[in-house]
Design a binder for this molecule. Structure first.
Ligand SMILES: [Zn+2]
Ligand SMILES: [Zn+2]
Length: 341
C-alpha cells in the first residue's frame, strides 16, 4: 500500500523554510496522531528561525497546536479518533530530579519534537502529552494552551491578592494574557506598552489603566494611582534588563516581580540590594510550564475566564509561515495563527 503523505514546513537552517511532503508518522502503542488545525507562532519560534537560539537544525518548528485525533496506539484510552485536542510538544522524562521534585518544566532530559513540530498536517506525541478538549471549545482559542500555561505559572509566582495593583510591562499576546489572569486573581491591572494599538487591546480586555511610558512618567503615574504606595506586583514580559531595573523601583513594600521573558543578548542587572532588603521584595522568574499549568490554562480557556481567541490578528495558511514570522519579528498585529487545512 502506498504511504499517505503529509505537508511539513521544514526549516533546514535558520532563515530558510521549505514545504516538504513526507510519509505520515507511524503510531506507536502509546502515541496519538493529531491532524493539525491551528498552530500559533510564538516569539520562541521566531528567535529559533533567526538563528538566535541554540536549537538544532534541520527542524520543523511550531509548538502551540490544536487539532483532531487522527489515530491512537493500542494502549491509549483517554482520547478517541475524531476528538478535538491540544498538544504539549515537550516530553518530560518523568524520572529526573526536576520531574520528581515538582518542576517538570525544568526536566533534565526532555525530548523535543525536532522533526515533528506543529507547522505540519500531522503531529505525533505520546498520549500523556495530549489534552482532550470539550466538543464546543474553539480550536483557535485552545491553541493558546502552552503560552497561557507559561503565563499562569508566572502569575502564580506573584501571589496576588484581591485589591493588589499589578503592572504588566509589555502587552503583546503574552502580556495581554498576564493582564487577564492578574484580574482573575482580583488585582487591578496597569498595562504598559509603547504601541498604542496594544494599549487599546489591553483596555478592551479589562486593564484598569493603560500607560505609554514614552509619553507618561511611569513612576509618577504609579505613585498617583496608588497614593504613594507603589506596585504590589509586576511582571516584565519584555526581555530587557533595563525594564526589570526600572520596574523594581516601582514596587511597594513586599512587592513581587516576575522576570517572565528571557533576555537576549545576555545582560546584567544593576540593582541596589538595599531596595530588595528594606523593601522586602520578592524577585522571581518563571520559565516554560508543567503539565498542571497546561491543564489550568485549558480550564481558563474552556471556562471563558481568559479570552485568547481575540488576541489573534492574522490567520495565515501554512505556506505563509515565513510571512507570519516577519510579522511577529516586526511586532505587527498580535498573535499570528497558522491555519493548517
Ligand atoms: Zn510558545
Ligand atoms: Zn525529567
Amino acid at each position: 500500500m502506498k504511504k499517505q503523505l503529509m505537508r511539513q514546513m521544514w526549516c533546514e537552517k535558520p532563515g530558510q523554510l521549505e514545504l516538504r511532503y513526507n510519509p505520515i508518522f507511524e503510531v506507536g502503542d502509546d502515541d496519538v496522531l493529531v491532524k493539525v488545525a491551528y498552530t500559533g507562532i510564538c516569539p520562541w519560534d521566531v528567535r529559533a528561525f533567526s538563528g538566535k537560539s541554540s536549537v538544532a537544525f534541520p527542524r520543523v518548528l511550531g509548538h502551540e497546536t490544536s487539532g483532531h485525533v487522527a489515530a491512537v496506539g493500542k494502549n491509549v484510552t483517554h482520547v478517541q479518533v475524531g476528538q478535538p485536542v491540544v498538544a504539549d510538544f515537550i516530553v518530560k522524562c518523568g524520572v529526573c530530579r526536576a520531574c520528581r521534585r515538582g518542576r517538570p518544566n525544568r526536566c533534565q532530559n526532555p525530548t523535543y519534537q525536532q522533526f515533528g513540530g506543529g507547522y505540519a498536517d500531522y503531529v505525533r506525541l505520546p498520549a500523556k502529552n495530549i489534552y482532550p478538549l470539550k466538543p464546543e471549545t474553539s480550536l483557535k482559542a485552545a491553541a493558546f494552551m502552552e503560552p497561557l500555561a507559561c503565563v499562569w505559572r508566572g502569575q502564580r509566582m506573584l501571589q496576588l491578592q484581591p485589591g493588589d495593583v499589578a503592572l504588566v510591562v509589555g502587552v503583546g499576546p503574552i502580556g495581554l494574557m498576564h493582564a487577564q489572569v492578574a484580574r482573575r486573581f482580583g488585582a487591578r491591572v496597569i498595562a504598559s506598552d509603547v504601541l498604542p494599538e496594544r494599549l487599546q487591546k489591553a483596555r478592551e480586555l479589562g486593564a484598569d489603566w493603560v500607560v505609554n511610558p514614552q509619553e507618561t512618567d511611569l513612576k509618577t503615574f504609579v505613585q498617583e494611582i496608588t497614593e504613594g504606595w507603589g506596585l504590589d506586583a509586576a511582571v516584565v514580559a519584555v526581555g530587557s534588563a533595563r525594564l526589570v531595573e526600572q520596574t523594581l523601583t516601582l514596587l511597594a513594600p513586599g512587592g513581587r516581580l516576575n522576570i517572565f521573558a528571557g533576555v537576549y543578548p545576555r545582560d546584567e542587572l544593576r540593582i541596589d540590594p538595599n531596595l530588595i532588603h528594606y523593601g522586602e521584595y520578592v524577585l522571581t522568574g518563571s520559565a516554560d510550564s508543567a503539565p498542571e499549568d497546561m491543564q489550568r490554562a485549558l480550564d481558563l480557556i474552556e471556562g471563558g475566564l481568559v479570552n485568547t481567541e481575540s488576541l489573534i490578528s492574522h490567520v495565515l495558511p501554512l505556506e505563509e509561515l515565513g510571512r507570519g514570522f516577519e510579522l511577529v519579528k516586526h511586532r505587527e498585529g498580535l498573535k499570528i495563527m497558522i491555519e493548517v487545512a
